[in-house]
Design a binder for this molecule. Structure first.
Ligand code: HOZ
Length: 427
């Protein structure tokens, strides 16, 4: 595979941009080698600067659930942009978009749009503190909720992949009120609440962990969090930046039947444009300015082009059969990959929920960050490079999810399984 142009660009980029990238996960640090630079994508395929075509399972880290450059999304961008790209003033599109989100997500009665998932989680924490009058928060080891100071504690995703789960530069006072326990560990949560009664403003959790790789919640885990927070007068925040509109139109909360107090959304809600959102009951959202005393603002919040794309996206996702089809494709990929690992006698696990999955090289279950970290990450890196050479692009880190889109055809999945078999033969 010729990657000359990507290598040239990476050399130039490293002189100009830290690590050559604008977000660390893209630098391939945890798998090694030179990241591919891309210039075009359509449907399930992505093309790099050297003209190599790959089946894309990064899908912009989730939002390309319809596939790249979907006609409804492209029309929405064009039609909105021609009328102006930002007003910094209210629009009808924001109202329509809010209606779509409120109708789709069971626990959201009122929503505020922001420009990224990080802004959504950061604002949700501030809201929880403002509403409860408490300072402490709780998160899980390997949970990644964007790069807000208070949340870069035992963080997953690229922070873990690069060996910096606790970032330098975070003022100790911002992190000292962040309590941490392993994912799926209800006893740990109970203990922290017992040690800090009526002091914890919220628990923030990915209802399906996606940033230690995909790790589903154990049976009863989310219900337990809901019961503990309710009893203590604390709030439960679901970070559904990855799972929202991905696993079901109503997100993971509609699958598991657990209603959080605040939901954070991102990525998918903007169809690939920079959008995030946080929402909850009218009572809690009444704390947000200008209704209440919690301040949060942004010139590009509710941006008209982003809202137009979000509307197109949610209307497409609301069509019948979408989530059944995504789950069918995810299941086919899981089955094919699992069979390929068994055939090659390579101990591996595929954790999957719907169209989200992660391959872990281990014979043991992966249920939290410790078990994800104990897998054979060198083997993952070798598998990654070998499957990329076969024309398949999975996430360049063990601690991320593979995303299957509606545009992935049965043929794409069959080709991916063949590519996996060839890749395994080289390990
Ligand atoms: N933190 C993102 C994955 N969970 C990666 C974002 C990016 O590099 O685009």
């Amino acid at each position: 595979m010729d990657t000359t142009r990507s290598q040239e660009l990476f050399d130039r980029a490293r002189e100009l941009i830290p690590g050559g990238v604008n977000s660390p996960a893209r630098a391939w640090t945890s798998v090694g080698g030179t990241p591919l630079f891309f210039n075009r994508a359509k449907g399930s395929k992505i093309w790099d600067e050297d003209g190599n075509e790959l089946i894309d399972y990064v899908c912009s880290w989730g939002p390309m659930i319809l596939g790249h450059a979907h006609p409804a999304v492209l029309s929405a961008v064009q039609e909105a942009a021609i009328n102006g790209t930002s007003f910094g003033a209210p629009t009808a599109a924001e109202v329509r978009m809010a209606e779509l989100v409120v109708n789709a997500v069971p626990s959201i009665e009122m929503v505020r749009f922001v420009s990224s998932g990080t802004e959504a989680t950061m604002s949700a924490l501030r809201l929880a503190r403002a509403y409860t009058g408490r300072n402490k928060i709780m998160k899980f080891v390997g949970g990644y909720h964007g790069h807000d100071d208070a949340l870069l504690v035992s963080a997953g995703s690229a922070a873990a992949g690069h060996g910096i789960p606790d970032s330098a530069g975070v003022h100790p006072d911002y992190a000292k009120d962040t309590l941490v326990t392993p994912y799926n560990d209800l006893a740990g949560v109970e203990q922290l609440f017992a040690e800090n009664p009526s002091q914890i403003a919220c628990i923030i959790v990915e209802p399906i962990a996606g940033n230690m790789g995909v790790v589903p919640p154990n049976e009863g885990f989310l219900e337990g969090l809901s019961a503990i927070t309710e009893k203590d007068g604390s709030l439960l925040i679901f970070d559904e930046v990855i799972s929202g509109f991905r696993t079901a139109l109503g997100g993971a909360q509609s699958i598991y039947g657990v209603s959080p107090d605040i939901t954070c959304l991102g990525k998918i809600v903007g169809g690939g444009l920079p959008v995030g959102a946080y929402g909850g009951s009218k009572e809690i959202m009444g704390t947000v300015a200008p209704l209440g005393p919690m301040y949060q603002a942004g010139t590009l919040s509710g941006n008209p082009v982003a809202m137009a794309v979000g509307i197109a996206m949610l209307e497409e996702l609301g069509k019948p059969g979408v989530y059944e089809e995504l789950a069918r494709k995810g299941a086919a990929l899981e089955k094919g990959l699992s069979e390929a690992f068994a055939e090659a006698e390579v101990p591996a696990r595929v954790n999957r929920v719907g169209s989200l999955l992660t391959v872990f090289f281990t014979g043991d279950p992966v249920s939290d960050m410790d078990s994800a970290s104990a897998t054979d990450r060198d083997k993952f890196a070798r598998f990654f490079h070998a499957i990329v050479a076969e024309g398949v692009y999975p996430p360049p880190s063990q601690f991320e999810a593979w995303f299957v889109s509606l545009a992935h055809t049965d043929q794409d999945i069959a080709k991916t399984i063949t590519a996996a078999k060839r890749a395994l033969a080289t390990l």
